[in-house]
Design a protein around this ligand. Structure first.
Ligand code: GLN
Length: 540
């Protein structure tokens, strides 16, 4: 992934807030604006401020907050950072996601060190100053031209008040170098067949009560908004009519940058921030991707076996990585989310029938584990292209141990402490760790690929870097047995020797990796493993 090439101008800050309802797509609007500015030649990043007390989302159950996204530098972050990377194709870092918990932790640590020199430590100015410092870091430390900071939650929430107050102060300090975008909902009332602007007016009022005047309003709606309606909103909310932008529902989030471009959102931002207009955004490759997305009608049917399937956001990056790869292979991804708990020996053939490829998902703990093992066995025995990711890889190893090596009771010691064959075992470095937060093997590590293997053929090079999030590892004590029986280690960590990829070369496509390739698949750079997997699935 590319890194920021260095600053050419004084950093500008765009603050994105939301009102009326959550889940309106602040992350996608932020990413779309960022994409357009990037395509004009600016170095842009996006930051997410999350108003909850967890230090990071690493300890959150996926049912609470969807997937936990992992950055190259090993931060466990909000899934919106995945969107940012998929749109911008540049790496984010620990500094791109800040929670209330982290802000308070920093302030309290400083207080304990005596850094406040006897002062009373308060929300204003100490918490707000710490928030401001974290926002400005994107300019001072990372030297971006434009920083788009998205404030989680909705305006009026008690929890987000310190964030709102901090950005209010920043606007005052930064002047034209900062601006506000507020995203709201314009609901459609079916009974009266009307679009309603009142919630937007109230939401802007709430923002104004907190001292913030939005420069741009993005109105999310299921229907096209008339000129008249937009003018009305502009008038009531003190916003220029052309700065009232609509965001209607579209079939793919990747269309949003183009929709925003048509309404000149990037030009409006550039003008408000007094930046040079530079070139028109070069969106050629993006549009090429969108064309493929629209034109690929033939399907490739992929099963994703996991235990959080009720909430697809728990697998956001995998779903997107499959979409990217399917699109570049001129196929529409028909992704079936299959509940691992629903699988048993009797129904497995019926449940996995007709799939062109099977992915077994990452995860933690015992629930649904035997279903995952059955899915791997089915893929292996029927030679269906198979990709195992993290826990999916570990269960592939357990399945092979039990059914090919006949290691009775083989397991990961995560699931069974007393297994006679701990083919997946706790990493040495994890043995004395008691704290759960931020203590896994996290972030990007090098992996050395063995020449002549499928992994080497796919990546086309010897050293790759991939992101990790796990405590358990392949137990190399058993490697000789596995390799003799046909499952080989094709990628290992060059420093520690940890096994990172296992594959079965006699099958058409069977690759299982300890790392998470899904985190680094982007719209313009689909991940090679997913590309190759989808190719194999199409080929059958
Ligand atoms: N629970 C497993 C471990 O900690 C796998 C983690 C994952 O799938 N991300 O090693």
């Amino acid at each position: 992934m590319e890194t920021n090439k260095g600053q050419t101008i004084e950093t500008r800050y765009v603050f994105v807030t939301g009102g009326v309802a959550s889940s309106l797509g602040k992350g996608i609007i932020s990413a779309s604006l960022a994409k357009l500015l990037q395509s004009r030649g600016y170095n842009v990043t996006i930051q997410k401020l999350d108003p909850y007390l967890n230090i990071d989302p690493g300890t959150l159950n996926p049912y609470e907050h969807g997937e936990c996204y992992v950055t190259e530098d090993g931060a466990e972050t909000d899934l919106d950072l995945g969107h940012y990377e998929r749109f911008l194709n540049i790496a984010t870092s620990q500094d791109n996601n800040v929670t209330t918990g982290r802000i308070y932790k920093n302030v309290i640590t400083k207080e304990r060190k005596g850094d406040y020199l006897g002062k009373t430590v308060q929300i204003v100015p100490h918490i707000t100053d710490e928030i401001k410092r974290n926002i400005l870091l994107m300019g001072t430390r990372h030297k971006f031209d434009v920083v788009i900071t998205e404030i989680g939650g909705t305006v009026g929430d008690i929890e987000s008040l310190p964030f709102i107050e901090a950005v209010r102060q920043l606007k005052w300090e930064l002047g034209y170098k900062a601006m506000f975008i507020h995203l709201t909902l314009v609901p459609y009332l079916q009974a009266s067949k009307e679009l309603k602007t009142k919630p937007t007016q109230h939401s802007v009022k709430a923002l104004q009560e907190e001292g913030i005047q939005p420069d741009v309003l993005v109105l999310r709606s299921e229907h096209d908004l008339s000129e008249e309606l937009r003018t009305k909103v502009a008038r009531f909310c003190n916003v220029e009519p052309q700065a009232v932008v609509q965001s209607v529902d579209v079939s793919s989030i990747y269309e949003v940058p183009i929709l925003m471009q048509k309404q000149h959102l990037d030009e409006i931002a550039i003008r408000k921030l007094q930046l040079p207009m530079k070139n028109e955004p070069d969106m050629t490759s993006w549009i090429h991707f969108l064309d493929k997305l629209k034109n690929s009608t033939k399907k490739v049917k992929i099963g994703l076996v996991g235990k959080y399937v009720e909430l697809p956001d728990a697998y956001k990056s995998i779903i997107e990585a499959v979409n990217h790869a399917a699109t570049y292979n001129d196929r529409k991804a028909d992704l079936q989310l299959i509940h691992s708990e629903s699988l048993n020996a009797e129904n497995i053939a019926e449940k996995l029938n007709g799939l062109n490829g099977i992915i077994v998902a990452p995860g933690f703990g015992q629930r649904g584990i035997e279903g995952k093992i059955l899915a791997v066995q089915y893929a292996r025995e029927h030679d269906i292209p198979f990709l195992g990711i993290c826990l999916g890889m570990q269960m592939a190893v357990v399945e092979f141990a039990r059914n090919v090596l006949h290691f009775e009771g083989a397991n990961s010691s995560e699931m069974d402490h007393a297994t006679p064959y701990p083919v997946i075992d706790l990493m040495e470095s994890q043995k004395n760790i008691t704290n759960k937060g931020g203590t896994m093997r996290l972030g990007a590590y090098e992996c050395k690929l063995k020449k002549g293997t499928k992994a080497y053929e796919i990546y086309g090079k010897e050293i790759v870097r991939e992101r990790h999030r796990h405590r358990y590892e392949y137990n190399s004590k058993y490697l000789e047995d596995f390799e003799k029986a046909g499952m080989i280690a094709s990628g290992t960590n060059p420093e520690t020797g940890l096994v990172e990829i296992m594959e079965i070369p006699t099958l058409k496509w069977y690759v299982a990796c300890q790392f998470h390739p899904e985190y680094s698949s982007t719209v313009l750079k689909p991940h090679p493993l997913f590309m190759s997997f989808i190719k194999a699935a199409i080929k059958g």
